[in-house]
Design a protein around this ligand. Structure first.
Ligand code: ADQ
Length: 465
């Protein structure tokens, strides 16, 4: 069996693979690579004055990690530019924040060509190549131009936009055409797969064959929905560790009989944090008797701080949390504990467990692993309740959560009340069903279904529930 070559914008340094701060995805990919004796290639996170094309190779825990440096201009135009100022907002339906700048498109094309050039010598006959996310959509095309005949798969971690929004992107057809240079393309949800097919049929004049085998631009490729899961085993082990226990006790000691609602997000406008604060305020207004009996712990880790839209949302959240706390706080209670830092996974596990409600209300999200982590962290004998946005990919799988419209303050406010007053038997019934789903569609199932479909060469296997 050939090796697996995973390519993503960033890689986890070997010293971190398997470490305490790693996300589930990094751990799962590292495990897949070990199984298939593979290579993980990506940007080192460093910039140089001029691009050299040199590859740094390290081995750790059975995984070969290969990285390259990029130029400052590459980061401006490709990473902060086309990836995070054009594709990210557009794919999250924020046309108002989408920059349609020509230099960004040029930088994106240039860096994808650089990725191809640099990784090319590492690819051997019979290897399988698995490319990740919106930063690298044209990479297969660049590899094909350089003669690569291997099977290449692509997985999009964020949602695919609706057809009309997609067509606001200059040269959208080129981006879509580039996906037909893959053998297999995976989306998170059926919703994204349908939006893509809608584009292919109505915009590109293509055809949908059996098992989502699509033909357009004179080529045929397999497409499918492969909803990403979390690493339940690893997370459960973290939950049982000393750190999680200590954090749980620390938070519990600060509750003073109050109920805690938790939100954990990267600080990103797609996560609906401002709307969440306003909905929570609505809940306090609608239910004055609940004031001082409940508080929201919102952990929001700053991300992409070089992009203006992220600086703006951070400023607005500071303002809203301050305003709400100023309006409602008493001498010994603040309604929102707003924290701008990252935590280790085992610390997060302890925090999730201490919370009666998990509030996961993105305006649009590929999947949302926080929703899954919150459920996995609950006490089976006394589980908390998950409130989940209908616009998170996770909502396709997690119907037993309280599904809400994050744009409606009333809807979210009512769900908070319902969640806080839900009787134990109903909480247990919902949790058991959610937990069974998490186990059946965990990160190994996701990885295995994608990799086996890529290796088989047959039609993509649909694993959505
Ligand atoms: P993200 O947008 O980053 O990922 P998400 O799926 O929620 O969103 O994953 C975040 C991960 O980071 C979780 O494992 C979470 O525990 C961790 N995390 C978040 N805030 C943290 C904090 N303050 N401290 C420590 N850890 C924190 C993208 C897509 C998602 C998709 C994933 C995986 O946007 O929709 O689910 O990829 O495909």
């Amino acid at each position: 069996m050939g090796r697996l070559i995973v390519i993503s914008n960033r890689v986890s340094p070997p010293s971190d693979v398997g470490g305490g701060t790693q996300g589930g995805l990094a751990m799962a990919l590292a495990a897949a690579l070990r199984e298939h004796s593979g290579v993980w290639f990506g940007w080192s996170g460093r910039t140089t004055e001029t691009y050299t094309g040199q590859v740094g190779v390290q081995r750790a825990g059975g995984v070969t990690v290969a990285t390259m440096d990029l130029e400052e201009q590459d980061i401006d135009e490709y990473y902060n530019g086309y990836a995070n100022k054009t594709l990210w907002p557009l794919f999250h339906h924020r046309v108002d924040l989408t920059a349609y700048e020509r230099s960004f498109g040029e930088g994106y094309a240039r860096v994808n060509a650089r990725f191809a050039e640099t990784v090319l010598p590492l690819i051997e006959d019979g290897d399988f190549v698995w490319i990740h996310d919106y930063h690298l959509i044209p990479l297969a095309q660049e590899l094909r131009k350089r003669g690569v005949k291997n099977r290449i798969g692509f997985f999009l971690h964020i949602p695919w936009p609706t057809r009309h929004l997609m067509t606001t992107l200059p040269r959208h057809d080129r981006l879509v055409e580039a996906l037909f240079d893959y053998d297999l393309v995976g989306f998170q949800t059926n919703d994204s797969l349908e939006a893509f097919e809608d584009y292919v049929v109505h915009e590109a004049g293509g055809e949908v064959g059996p098992d989502h085998r699509l033909t357009a631009f004179g080529r045929t490729a397999d497409f499918g929905a492969f909803p990403i899961g979390m690493d339940v085993t690893e997370f459960t082990a973290a939950l049982e560790g000393e750190t999680a226990g200590r954090e749980l006790q620390r938070v519990q000691a600060s509750l003073l009989g109050r109920q805690m609602i938790i939100g954990v997000d990267r600080l990103d406008y797609s996560k609906g944090l401002e709307e969440r604060f306003l909905a929570y305020e609505q809940f306090l207004i609608d239910n004055p008797d609940m004031q001082e009996k409940v508080f929201l712990l919102q952990i929001a880790t700053p991300s992409r701080e070089d992009v203006e839209a992220y600086q703006e949302i951070r400023g607005r959240l500071d303002g809203e949390s301050g305003r709400i706390n100023g309006a409602f706080a008493t001498v010994d209670w603040v309604p929102i504990r707003y924290v701008n830092r990252g935590y280790r996974r085992d610390q997060l596990a302890g925090f999730y467990r201490a919370a009666k409600l998990g509030l996961v209300t993105p305006l649009r999200d590929g999947m949302n692993l926080v929703a899954k982590e919150y459920v996995a962290a609950q006490d089976p004998d006394d589980p908390g309740v998950l409130i989940l946005s209908r616009f998170a990919g996770a909502a396709e799988q997690m119907a037993e959560a309280l599904i809400v419209n994050p744009f409606s303050r009333e809807d979210v406010s009512e769900a908070i009340l319902k969640g806080l007053s839900m009787p134990l038997p109903e909480r247990r019934r919902r949790w058991e069903s959610l937990m069974a789903g998490l186990r059946a569609t965990d990160v190994s199932a996701w990885r295995d279904s994608f990799v086996s479909a890529l290796m088989k060469g047959g039609p993509a296997r649909l694993v959505a529930r």
